[in-house]
Design a protein around this ligand. Structure first.
Ligand code: GDP
Ligand code: MG
Length: 774
């Protein structure tokens, strides 16, 4: 419960003060110390400030300040009468109003902890060890994106853990970084555990220096300590710890080593009052004369605003402003001194430029790295060479990311992947096909005739059945992708593709989602999360539908099988895949030049060490991707199959005598003129409409409408139809995924419209030109 919720005359015990260090310190100095009883002297609903009595003094607090203080009713005085409100402090517990003193005690002991660190430093592993949860632990793509919450009970404390996305810094470049920042500022965790990959300590500490600026209570987990030891690294941890002003615990979350010590440091730092202990110190990194002057100058204005001080460390805000941080500018936009602050900032920036020749963003970064290097030097940091775990990685990389050798290896792997997918996938595909056929026959023979039987056989089994046969291929493709991801190869593939991708206005990391798109566009759109640049991310999402997902395969197979001689069939199929790829390149260029403008922000292409992927992880990751496909089948495809069936079964006068007189026939006839230039028949038109739900439905609808394949259109029309299917509206699930990932319906609708228009144009042009020759 918050202090501000107390009414006049009520007493309560202070539990904790939330917020950044500067704010807490001020509040604590006023006497609001944990464990003290506070009495409300006057708290009228609209009144600000509120008057309190604490430690015998009368003090007034602003309402917003009082909201940052958590309290609990004092049992001794109240005899445990009022309990209802305080239950809100604990989650996952029955919030019954039992006046049990031991229950009260547990209330005091909730510590909220945020896990912050670079990607792949072991946050999720820590989270799983501590909370017993089984979050996925991964190596490369879209691993931890949303915050996961869990808790562990430790020495009578309930430690609430939040696993945040991995970030290299806390600037406002990527959605992840913004998200982590927001969590730290708005959710004000009591303690932050900064997880560090200690085998990569210098770069990892960069994020730590930003946490220092934010004035948070931080415990550092020196993770991967097993690897550091194996390599023979050496440094004095106590020295480093005191230089950074943060306790450090060596950990390894491969084995769970150090977890107890880490948690006890968390409790320790939570219990210690600010400024009463040398153990934890707030350190100001010296950013150099001009920057520091600028910070002081800006802070003068910021400090005048109490509301702002409540939320933010003014020093941190000032540093962010000097880094040209747009989010920080938004925060101060409403301040009366806005103009003056910006002016002070600009002056400081100008001076930095004159003095160092660098922009202040770079100067701040240099200063932070200088601080880190100094601290490491002082702690006697020496990297060992014994069994360098990265030696193998370096050797492999010399070949795999080689300018010339890299590409053939990569294309050979891709070729292998698709070959195995299609050849190996054929067997289970045949089995499933047989199973589906058997099931249809079985129901057909056992059930009595009627609409229900027709619906089950023609609608459900016919529709879903024609789709589920592709599950094995998808799973095989995803197994390959997961293998490449988890072993670290995918990062290299992205690395060597980077230059090509830049030519398209994309980023090397765009490459992975594009490859995944051949399986299913939905998980592929979600995989764009690893792309830091919002621009590249958007473009990738929007061109992704050009990748022929496996849902289009049944249509390709069905139509090419019926219209083209056997020796040309695979040529036609390959041409469709290639046309899709070429179109995506063209569209990416167009989008990046005219629609989604902006400069390319360079981002680190991470090259994590190669690791042998574990079977368990591969199965889990494959399943995670395949799950999307199955979900789609159980949901939208099932429903659409039934709807298409019903529309074809019924007409204006009950059960339709022929397809043409059914609802679907009427619909097809109505839109026939639109597809005149392509020569599509009304049956094809209907299947295209039905395919909006999911592209597999195009095949199942044609299956329903044409029965045993008596097609009445030309080869050219058939090819144009395939082109149309390739390009137009991806499917509802993909559009929803684009909306979720881009955060706006606008882009989702844009994606839906442009693909459909493009499909119409391309297929019409090909048909018109083609009919001159054929
Ligand atoms: P996150 O991205 O920070 O959540 O990192 P993860 O928890 O997903 O871990 C990334 C990889 O590092 C996984 O393969 C883990 O098994 C591995 N890992 C995590 N902690 C350690 C550790 O202490 N030592 C070693 N050798 N590997 C670790
Ligand atoms: Mg993670």
């Amino acid at each position: 419960m918050k202090l501000s919720d107390l009414k006049t005359g009520e007493h309560a015990v202070i539990m904790k003060v939330r917020g950044h260090g500067g704010f807490r310190k001020r509040i604590v100095e006023m006497g609001f110390v944990k464990g003290q009883t506070v009495e409300v002297l006057l708290n009228a609903p609209l009144q600000d400030p509120v008057e309190y009595k604490v430690m015998g003094y009368e003090v007034s607090l602003r309402r917003q300040e009082a909201e940052m203080i958590e309290v609990s009713y004092d049992i001794q005085e109240d005899n445990g009468v009022r309990f209802g409100n305080s239950a809100e402090l604990i989650e996952n517990t029955d919030s019954t109003c039992v006046p049990d003193p031991s229950y009260h005690r547990t209330l005091e002991k909730v510590i909220s902890v945020a896990l912050v660190g670079n990607p792949n430093c072991g946050k999720t592993s820590l989270f799983n060890f501590a909370s017993g949860a089984h979050e996925r632990v991964g190596n490369y793509s879209g691993v931890t994106v949303d915050a996961k919450e869990g808790f562990c009970d430790f020495e009578g404390y309930r430690i609430k853990l939040v696993d945040l996305p991995g970030t290299y810094s806390l600037s406002a470049y990527s959605p992840e970084e913004l998200y982590v920042r927001k969590q730290l500022v708005e959710e004000t965790p009591d303690v932050v555990i900064n997880v560090i990959d200690s085998s990569n300590i210098e770069r990892n500490l960069y994020l730590t220096t930003q946490l220092m600026d934010m004035h948070l209570r931080v415990v550092i987990a020196l993770n991967m300590f097993d690897e550091t030891e194996r390599r023979g690294d050496h440094f004095n941890m106590d020295t480093l710890s005191s230089l950074m002003g943060m306790p450090m615990v060596p950990t390894s979350f491969k084995s769970g080593r150090g977890l107890q010590e880490l948690m006890s440091e968390v409790v320790h730092i939570f219990e210690n009052r600010e400024g009463h202990d040398n153990y934890y110190r707030h350190i100001h990194i010296n950013h150099g004369h001009e920057i520091e002057d600028g910070i002081t100058h800006i802070q003068q204005y910021l400090k005048g605003n109490d509301l702002l001080r409540l939320r933010y460390s003014t020093r941190w805000l000032a540093i962010k402003l000097l880094e040209n941080d747009k989010e920080a500018e938004d925060v101060i936009k409403e301040l009366p001194d806005y103009e003056k602050i910006i002016e002070a900032r600009n002056v400081a920036m100008q001076r930095v430029k004159e003095e160092t020749g660098d922009d202040s963003e770079t100067a701040i970064m240099d200063a932070k790295y200088g601080f880190i290097r100094g601290a490491l030097q002082e702690a006697g940091y020496k990297m060992g060479h014994k069994n360098d775990t990265y030696k193998a990685t370096h050797r492999l990389d010399a070949v795999i990311t080689h300018r010339w050798i890299g590409f053939p290896i990569f294309f050979a792997l891709l070729f292998l992947m698709f070959e195995v997918t299609f050849i190996l996938g054929q067997y289970p595909m045949d089995w499933i096909e047989m199973g589906v056929e058997w099931l249809g026959d079985f129901i057909g023979n056992t059930m009595s005739d009627g609409p229900l039987k027709d619906m089950l056989v023609d609608g459900v089994i016919g529709g879903v059945g024609s789709v589920i046969v592709f599950l094995p291929q998808i799973l095989i493709l995803y197994t390959f992708i997961s293998l490449m991801e988890d072993s670290g190869y995918m990062a290299r593939a992205a690395f060597i593709m980077d230059r090509l991708m830049h030519g398209m206005g994309l980023h090397g990391k765009s490459f992975i989602p594009l490859i995944m798109g051949f399986g299913c566009n939905v998980p592929a759109v979600m995989a764009t999360r690893t792309i830091e640049s919002r621009r590249s991310r958007l473009i990738t999402m929007l061109v992704l539908p050009m990748m022929s997902c496996s849902a289009r395969l049944p249509i390709y197979i069905m139509i090419t099988g019926a219209f083209f001689a056997t020796q040309y069939q695979s040529l036609v199929m390959v041409s469709l895949y290639l046309i899709g790829i070429v179109l995506s390149v063209v569209m990416a260029r167009i989008l990046s030049t005219w629609v989604i403008k902006g400069e390319d922000t360079p981002f680190v292409m991470e090259l994590p060490p190669y690791r042998f992927p574990t079977t368990k992880a591969i199965i889990r990751h494959t399943w995670e991707k395949g799950k999307q496909y199955l979900k789609k089948m159980g949901g939208v495809i099932l429903v659409a199959s039934i709807i298409v069936w019903a529309l074809g079964y019924f007409g204006t006068m009950g059960v339709a005598p022929s397809l043409e007189s059914s609802f679907i026939g009427m619909l097809g006839k109505a839109i026939e003129p639109v597809f005149q230039p392509q020569g599509f028949t009304w049956q094809l038109d209907v299947s295209l409409i039905a395919g909006v739900g999911a592209k597999e439905i195009v095949a199942s609808t044609i299956g329903v409408l044409y029965g045993d394949g008596a097609f009445d259109f030309s080869q050219l029309t058939a090819f144009c139809f395939l082109l149309y299917v390739l390009i137009y509206f991806p499917c509802i699930a993909t559009i929803v995924a684009i909306k979720n990932e881009s955060g706006s319906w606008g882009w989702a609708i844009f994606g839906a419209v442009y693909t459909t228009v493009l499909a119409w144009i391309v297929s019409a042009v090909v048909y018109q030109i083609g009919s001159l020759f054929f």
